[in-house]
Design a protein around this ligand. Structure first.
Ligand SMILES: Cc1ncc(COP(=O)(O)O)c(C=O)c1O
Length: 369
């Protein structure tokens, strides 16, 4: 069986180092924030090419605190996409702002810059592109619009560690960015974790305060903050894994290159397009098929696992119907949500595993005529 994802394989490959790092941290007695978190923040700051990194308890709290730190308030409008994990939209709702959805580009599956302008109102304060699947949104036109209208940009880089746009790292392109270290992410903790990256010292100062009960000095609570701190053990694990991230990303890209080369000319399976402006980090390798259940069960019979990211656009979900959008409002997001299937993609995939996926996908395509 080729699994969709194999986290245990990755862990076993670096087990000694992880155990050493976790033991060192536990022995230190500093369990939350402290030197491990500070060291990870510095190393991830260098990795992303930003001025400040603030570790948080999850990717969701990173987005929420980034919005608050940039001054987003109840009643403000934040533009984002309907084709994403719900956390993007939930973070906007958590700060009392209004999510305004804009359809995705049919080629990159990320925010379509051409559709942003029409969604801007006097209440718009922020644009939140999502670098979905590990592909950075087309940032230059988005930055131009933000400059023109005086808006801030929060990158949802939860899936895009190590992805680039015109030579610059995801997370370094807007006013701030949120990363997730959920275990299945390209850089994943052994539990929950996230980070805010920014070049703005004031955003960094506020985010640091907000994640730790609104205090800059112990017991001097300047604002009503949150318990949204990164745990030391997670930081220790992330420091080990960060050393491997470039190599793991190269492996993902090599798998994607094989898929792209060996799955050409199919009639019933559409491969993802990689924009010329950047380097994809292939958190997910999504293909589109008309008969998703048929395709997935065919793969399963051939011993190939798969996933769906994500089966519904956010506005189609019961918890988000109150946003007031209807089926049909975002044709591209709805089409991708209805047809996407994620092929196996992880750095430890062997050549034989890729062979097996390629054979199964080609055979499915032929069986459809
Ligand atoms: C696009 C996107 N945004 C935000 C999040 C939230 O991150 P977390 O699960 O760490 O809270 C995730 C991952 O779950 C995600 O994929």
């Amino acid at each position: 069986m080729v699994p969709f994802l194999d986290l245990k394989q990755q862990y076993l490959g670096i087990r000694e180092e992880i155990i050493e790092a976790v033991t060192r941290t536990l022995d230190s007695g500093a369990f939350i924030l402290g030197p491990e978190v500070a060291a990870f923040e510095e190393e991830f700051r260098v990795f992303t090419g930003t001025e400040y990194v603030i570790g948080t308890s999850s990717g969701t709290t990173a987005l929420q605190l980034a919005l608050l730190s940039m001054g987003i308030q109840p009643g403000d409008e934040v533009i984002t996409v309907p084709h994403t994990f719900v956390a993007t939209v939930a973070a906007i709702l958590y700060v009392g702002a209004k999510p305004v959805l804009v359809d995705i580009d049919p080629k990159t599956y990320t925010l379509d810059p051409e559709k942003v302008r029409a969604a801007i109102t006097p209440k718009t304060r922020c644009i939140m592109p999502v670098h979905l699947y590990g592909q950075v949104a087309d940032m230059d036109p988005i930055l131009d619009i933000a400059n023109e209208f005086g808006l801030v940009i929060l990158e949802d880089a939860a899936q895009a560690h190590a992805a680039t746009y015109k030579g610059r790292k995801a997370g370094s392109l807007g006013n701030s960015a949120g990363f997730s270290f959920y275990p299945g992410k390209n850089l994943g903790a052994c539990g929950e974790g996230g980070a805010i990256a920014t070049n703005d010292p004031e955003v960094a100062r506020k985010a640091r305060m907000l994640r730790d009960w609104g205090q800059e000095k112990k017991y001097h609570h300047e604002v009503v903050g949150f318990n949204a701190r990164l745990e030391a053990v997670q930081a220790a694990v992330l420091r080990v894994k960060l050393n491997y991230l470039a190599g793991w990303t190269a492996n993902r890209r090599a798998v994607a290159t094989r898929y792209a080369n060996e799955l050409t000319g199919l009639n019933h399976v559409t491969l993802p397009k990689v924009a010329e402006y950047g380097e994809h980090s292939f958190h997910i390798y999504p293909v589109l098929v008309k008969d998703r259940p048929g395709f997935m069960s065919y793969l399963q019979e051939q011993g190939v696992g798969s996933g769906i990211h994500y089966p519904f656009a956010v506005h189609q979900l019961n918890g988000y119907k109150h946003l007031g959008y209807l089926d049909g409002d975002f044709p591209e997001a709805e089409r991708v949500a209805a047809q996407c299937v994620s092929l196996p993609m992880f750095p430890e995939m062997t050549s034989e595993m890729v062979d097996k996926v390629v054979v199964a996908v080609r055979a499915y395509d032929q069986s459809q005529g």
